[in-house]
Design a protein around this ligand. Structure first.
Ligand SMILES: [Zn+2]
Length: 289
């Protein structure tokens, strides 16, 4: 089933679970996430970052969309961190059912205006829109990580006005996570009290970015307090890359059909772990009623 994220998250909200959005760049990533979602019957969001959109290309999107439509598991295909109206438009034309417009580096008014422009055109095509309020930090994507950039926490008093004015369907909030993998010795801390306040005032489902490497207990607390979508990229991709590296070094193998399956298996372990943590396993049944 291919749904938009509004429909996907509405059922998650009603039943109190959280859906993983896994950033997927090419076929081995897709196999890793898609096959795990099907095996665990877990509703899942397949996400593509704006800076990887060109590399993926329209034939890849067509293949992905066909697979998602044929599946008995509900999926959404989502553009992650779209920076412009034009980029969101391109994703909609490529068949995405959900787009994120990230105006978080702009002023509140400019963010409202940009997001509103995207919701206006996306809703015509029944495509959901994720917006971002507050700024999520950046730690880079290497295993070592780099210094965390500043996080500007989402202000609860701005949420109602923002959602009303933009008509967005889901909202990414900054409560203490950063993108990428954290440096060894750095422990991410989520502001759960802030999340509770945001949840109280938000009429749309809340999203957490930068969920790789956060402590399990923190992520699970965030799910319990109402986060409905968590983005994962670096952590499962790192598991695939590390395995691939090891296999190549140990065996001097060059055949991808022999190297990739074992590496993908390592990625699947991470994806499964996250799905269990988010409590999305065995939840596809709620969409088949
Ligand atoms: Zn993000």
């Amino acid at each position: 089933m291919l749904l938009n994220t509004k429909e996907l998250l509405r059922i998650a909200e009603e039943n109190g679970f959280t859906i993983g959005a896994f950033n997927v760049t090419e076929l081995s990533n897709f196999k890793c996430v898609f096959e795990t979602a099907e095996r665990l019957d877990a509703p899942t969001i397949i996400a593509v970052a704006e800076n990887e959109f060109e590399f993926c290309g329209k034939d890849y999107f067509r293949f992905v969309i066909d697979k998602l439509k044929e599946s008995s598991v509900p999926f959404a295909l989502h553009l992650d961190h779209g920076r412009s109206v034009k980029m969101c438009q391109r994703a909609i034309q490529a068949g995405f059912t959900s787009v994120m417009i990230d105006g978080s580096s702009l002023s509140f008014e400019e963010n409202v205006e940009l997001t509103r422009q995207v919701t206006e055109l996306a809703h015509l095509a029944d495509v959901s829109v994720e917006a971002e309020l507050g700024t999520i930090g950046n730690v880079g994507t290497s295993d070592e990580g780099v210094e965390t950039t500043e996080i500007i926490y989402t202000q609860p008093n701005q949420v109602i006005e923002f959602v009303e004015k933009t008509n967005c369907d889901l909202l990414a909030v900054a409560i203490g996570t950063s993108h990428g993998l954290y440096a060894k010795g750095t422990e991410p801390r989520l502001q759960i009290d802030l999340l509770k306040k945001l949840k109280k005032v938000s009429s749309v489902p809340l999203v957490l970015h930068g969920g790789s490497s956060n402590l399990d207990e923190e992520l699970s607390k965030a799910c319990k307090e109402g986060i409905r979508k968590i983005n994962i990229a670096s952590e499962y991709k790192a598991a695939i890359s590390r395995a691939l590296n090891r296999i190549m070094n140990e065996t001097k193998e060059v055949k991808f059909a022999l190297m990739l399956p074992a590496a993908i298996e390592e990625g699947k372990k991470v994806v499964e772990h996250k799905m269990r943590l988010f409590d999305s396993v065995d939840k596809a049944k709620y969409y088949r009623r």
